[in-house]
Design a protein around this ligand. Structure first.
Ligand code: AGP
Length: 499
């Protein structure tokens, strides 16, 4: 285009697209929608765009490939956005634009076409059910804090209608019909990114322990470029809050191409992953606005545990474990409430440590993914470097970092208690500063810790739901004390719709 005399004012791909559309518009006889369509047939890469033309002021052309795009159908207006949350103040009627589609929009009407074939596509209007209250701060200073507190309800919402507490059984409408195929699978893959990946790891432990099927958890960005032995005997589960993460979506498409049955565990209803997977289970956490994921994580862990227990139930396996899990689900709201009451004391822990330059988070078994999640929360919102490790791995490297300046957060439950005590002693012997989050009442933990946060005891499969909350609060209070932008940390996006 430069050779044709175009003069670019910026280094952005957006400008290249604008210039290309403008060139084709003049070349093809001033057909605005046609010029956008021709330009998009030539470009490579992901986009979600809205185009205006000064010659056609009553029309917008919106198009999608790789990035989400929705239309809100209002009274005498049509709104374009990448997500339904900003639209619901104006209308509950939403149309999801699919991959490779473009919409030509006027004030009162619109038409959707397939970009490559230029064929008209019929779109269904969907009704959004969540309310404006759910996406406002409701008196909290930050969405993240509101969402941490909402976990008392959202954890419960993920179980609603799915657990029969009287008969101690589980039912998940979204996968009931394909249980046989899942149980016949040679292997289950779970693919996800970031926090959703941490939840997936917990889910894999639960499925392997309760059902005995091997489960592999893969970063979606790795899965999509690795030649995994996935075939028609595989189940590939995608876990995603937004349902729009580009790598997770691409992983699911690849899995489908290879013949696998795909299952989505998603929060945003109607999102791309929810629509493109063969079946799935919504986590029903409600809108999550804070960039740092909190309530979606705990709801994902709930749903993955329910899937594990349902599969075990279908094979008549591990009845005592399942019954214990169901009993503990019944108690969970009260226990979450008690943890949330600890917010002020966790704030004083944050006040002691928020100027540290690095943190280690250590846990064993089901608490290892929690350690990863705690470290991720701290680094993404307070910009303090933090690493999560299996506690016993410390001696294979990270122990070299420990001195009087290094805070180490230990997550201690009854499982592997003796072993983790010895890890704590190793840190103590090197003058590390110790914060313990524990579901135990073990008195000896006091003598090893600078701070100890005691939380209620619960079944080991559900313990991550409780142990994660103090870590979310620790990250939150540290970030606030440092004056960071909690809800929109630098360089991060809520949903990563590009590679
Ligand atoms: C979580 O706090 C992060 N912001 C991020 O790791 C996130 O979990 C990841 O991008 C995956 O998003 P998804 O669940 O919407 O797919």
């Amino acid at each position: 285009m430069e050779a044709k005399g175009f003069n670019f004012q910026s280094d952005t791909d957006t400008e290249v697209l604008v210039q290309l559309i403008s060139y084709l518009y003049k070349k093809d006889g001033n057909d605005f929608a046609g010029a956008v369509r021709h330009a998009l047939s030539q470009v490579v890469g992901a986009y979600g765009i809205v185009v205006m033309c000064t010659d056609v002021p009553d029309m917008l052309v919106a198009a999608r490939f790789g990035s989400p795009l929705v239309l809100g159908i209002g009274e005498g207006e049509i709104i374009v956005a990448s997500d339904s949350s900003p639209i619901i103040e104006y209308t509950r009627k939403i149309i999801y634009i699919d991959e490779g589609e473009m919409a030509c929009i006027r004030r009162d009407d619109f038409e959707v076409r397939n970009i490559l074939e230029n064929k008209l596509v019929n779109k269904n209007v969907q009704h959004i059910e969540y309310s404006l209250d759910q996406i406002e701060k409701g008196g909290y200073p930050h969405f993240m804090l509101k969402e941490i507190y909402e976990q008392e309800e959202s954890i419960w919402a993920a179980t609603r209608g799915r657990i029969d507490f009287k008969n101690k059984t589980i039912k998940l409408g979204g996968i009931q019909d394909i249980l046989g195929r899942i149980l016949d699978a040679h292997q289950i893959y779970i693919t996800a990114c970031g926090t959703s990946w941490h939840a997936s790891l917990i889910g894999s432990y639960a499925i392997e322990e309760l059902v005995g099927i091997p489960v592999k958890v893969e970063y979606a960005s790795e899965f999509r470029y690795r030649n995994t032995p996935v075939n028609h005997k595989s189940i590939v589960i995608a876990v995603s809050q937004s349902g729009e993460t580009a790598d997770t979506l691409a992983a699911i498409r690849l899995a489908k191409q290879k013949g696998a049955l795909t299952l989505g565990i998603v929060n945003v209803v109607g999102s791309s992953i929810a629509r493109e997977t063969d079946c799935g289970v919504y986590i029903h956490a409600g809108p999550e606005i804070g960039v740092a994921s909190t309530k979606a994580f705990t709801s994902q862990v709930v749903v993955l545990n329910l899937i594990a227990a349902l599969l075990a139930q279908s094979k008549d396996l591990n009845l005592p474990q399942r019954e214990r899990m169901i009993d503990d689900f019944e108690q969970i709201q009260k226990k979450v409430e008690r943890i949330l009451e600890l917010s002020e004391s966790i704030k004083s822990v944050a006040a002691d440590f928020y100027d540290a330059t690095g943190f280690l988070y250590l846990g064993r078994g089901f608490q290892f993914p929690v350690a990863l999640e705690g470290a991720l929360k701290l680094k993404e919102i307070s910009y303090i470097h933090a690493e999560g490790y299996p506690a016993a791995e410390m001696k294979h490297g990270p122990i070299a970092l420990i001195d009087e300046n290094m805070p180490v957060v230990f997550i201690v439950t009854e499982t592997g208690f003796d072993k983790i005590i010895s890890n704590i002693q190793q840190v103590r012997a090197r003058n590390g500063r110790i914060i313990i989050i524990t579901t135990t009442s073990a008195p000896e933990l006091h003598k090893y810790s600078d701070h100890i946060i005691r939380i209620p005891h619960i079944h080991k499969f559900l313990a991550p739901l409780l142990t994660t909350i103090p870590l979310q609060l620790l990250a939150y209070h540290s970030a606030v004390l440092k004056g960071c932008n909690v809800d929109q940390p630098r360089n991060l996006a809520k949903s990563v719709t590009v590679e």
